[in-house]
Design a binder for this molecule. Structure first.
Ligand SMILES: [Zn+2]
Length: 346
C-alpha cells in the first residue's frame, strides 16, 4: 500500500508511511485498502473482524492533521507544530487528539467490516487503559477506542522466570497481580464487555511454577470476578508446543463465565454488599455482584495455602457451579489458587 506524496505522514514509522488522518477517515489509498477488507470478508463469509491494535500511528504534522486537531480541540491559535510537541503548551490536547485519531482508525475498520456483514462484531487486542503509560507513549486510549468495538480484548503477558519469592509481600504476586490490575483499570473506563487475553509463554517441565496452570487459574477467576465477560488465551511453550493440561481449564473458565453471566451482564458490582472475614484482602480477593435480590460472591485465593473465611451473611446460599447448598454460619474453605463462588439467595 503506497500512499501518494500528498498522503504521506510527515514522520513515517516502520509500520506505515500513511498520514494517520487519511487512515482515520478511511480515504484515498487507505480507503482502497479498506475496500479489500470488505471484499475479503465477503469472499470468506467472515463473522467479524479482529484488529491487532497495539501500534502507535505515525507522527504527522501535515496541514490535514492540523485542521483535524483544530476541529477536535476547537483551538485556532496554535503555533504548529511547536505547540503540540512535548513540553509545548498544547501537548496534552494533542495527546487527546491523537488518541481520538487512533480511535477513528478503529471506527473506519469497523465500517469496512460492516459493509461486508452488517452488525458484525469488531474486536481489538488493545493495551489496557493507560497500561505502562500507553496513552502518552503510543496514543492508544482504550476508553476512546472501545466506543467503536463490540468487545475490547485486553491482553497481559505472564512471563516465566524463577518466581520463588513471588508470593512474598512487596515482592508481590507480580505479573499475576499486574494482569488483574490492568483488566480492572480497563473495566473502570468502559461498559463494553471486556475479554481478557491471557498471554503466556513458559518453558516445559516442572522447573518453574509456570509449568503449573493453577497460577493462571487464580488469575483468571479473579479477573472474571472483577467483571471480564470473556477470556481468550494466547499461549505457548518456548519450543512451540501446546500443553494439554490447560484444556480442561478452558472448559472450567467457560463454565464459570456462563454461570456468572447473568450477574456480569445484567447485574451491578458492589464489593461492599457482602463482607468476608479471616483473610488478608490482598491475598484473598472478594468481588460481589448484585442481581435483583441475589448476590454472587467471588472469593479468590491467590496464595498457595488453603484459606478459610467467613462470609458475613445469614441468608441461604449455594455454590455457583454445583448448586450445592452452603451454610454461611460455618467457615468457608477456599483451596489454594482457587475460588469459592457463592450465590447468596434473596
Ligand atoms: Zn497528517
Amino acid at each position: 500500500m503506497t500512499p501518494t506524496a500528498e498522503e504521506k505522514a510527515t514522520e513515517p514509522n516502520s509500520y506505515t508511511t500513511i498520514c494517520p488522518e487519511i487512515i482515520a477517515t478511511g480515504s484515498g489509498t487507505y480507503g482502497r485498502f479498506l475496500e479489500t477488507v470488505t471484499a475479503r470478508m465477503k469472499q470468506f463469509s467472515a463473522d467479524g473482524f479482529m484488529l491487532d491494535y497495539e501500534c502507535r500511528p505515525p507522527l504527522c504534522y501535515c496541514d490535514r492533521c492540523r485542521l483535524a486537531f483544530e476541529r477536535y480541540t476547537k483551538l485556532t491559535d496554535e503555533k504548529w507544530p511547536e505547540d503540540v510537541r512535548k513540553d509545548g503548551r498544547y501537548y496534552r490536547q494533542w495527546i487527546g487528539f491523537r488518541c481520538d485519531q487512533g480511535a477513528r482508525y478503529v471506527k473506519a475498520i469497523g465500517e469496512a467490516a460492516r459493509r461486508a456483514k452488517p452488525g458484525c462484531s469488531l474486536q481489538a487486542w488493545i493495551a489496557g487503559y493507560d497500561y505502562a503509560g500507553t496513552i502518552e507513549s503510543a496514543q492508544i486510549d482504550l476508553s476512546k477506542a472501545a466506543e467503536y468495538l463490540t468487545e475490547p480484548e485486553v491482553p497481559h503477558y505472564t512471563l516465566p522466570d524463577d518466581y520463588s519469592d513471588m508470593w512474598m509481600k512487596d515482592g508481590g504476586i507480580y505479573t499475576i497481580e499486574a494482569g488483574i490490575k490492568t483488566v480492572q483499570d480497563s473495566l473502570n473506563v468502559t461498559n463494553k464487555p471486556i475479554v481478557f487475553c491471557s498471554s503466556i509463554i513458559y518453558p516445559l517441565g516442572s522447573a518453574t511454577p509456570w509449568s503449573d496452570p493453577q497460577l493462571l487459574n487464580a488469575q483468571m477467576l479473579a479477573i472474571i470476578g472483577q467483571g471480564a465477560r470473556g477470556i481468550s488465551f494466547w499461549g505457548g511453550h518456548d519450543d512451540g508446543s501446546l500443553d494439554g493440561r490447560y484444556l480442561h481449564m478452558l472448559a472450567k473458565w467457560n463454565a464459570v463465565l456462563a454461570a456468572a453471566g447473568p450477574f456480569l451482564w445484567d447485574g451491578k458490582r458492589d464489593d461492599t454488599a457482602v463482607g468476608i472475614q479471616g483473610a488478608d484482602p490482598n491475598l484473598v480477593r472478594k468481588y460481589v455482584w448484585l442481581l435483583k435480590d441475589k448476590a454472587l460472591v467471588f472469593v479468590v485465593n491467590l496464595t498457595q495455602q488453603n484459606q478459610t473465611v467467613r462470609v458475613q451473611s445469614k441468608r441461604p446460599a449455594h455454590d455457583l457451579l454445583t448448586g450445592r447448598p452452603l451454610d454461611l454460619s460455618q467457615p468457608l474453605s477456599v483451596p489454594a489458587l482457587e475460588a469459592a463462588m457463592v450465590i447468596v439467595e434473596g
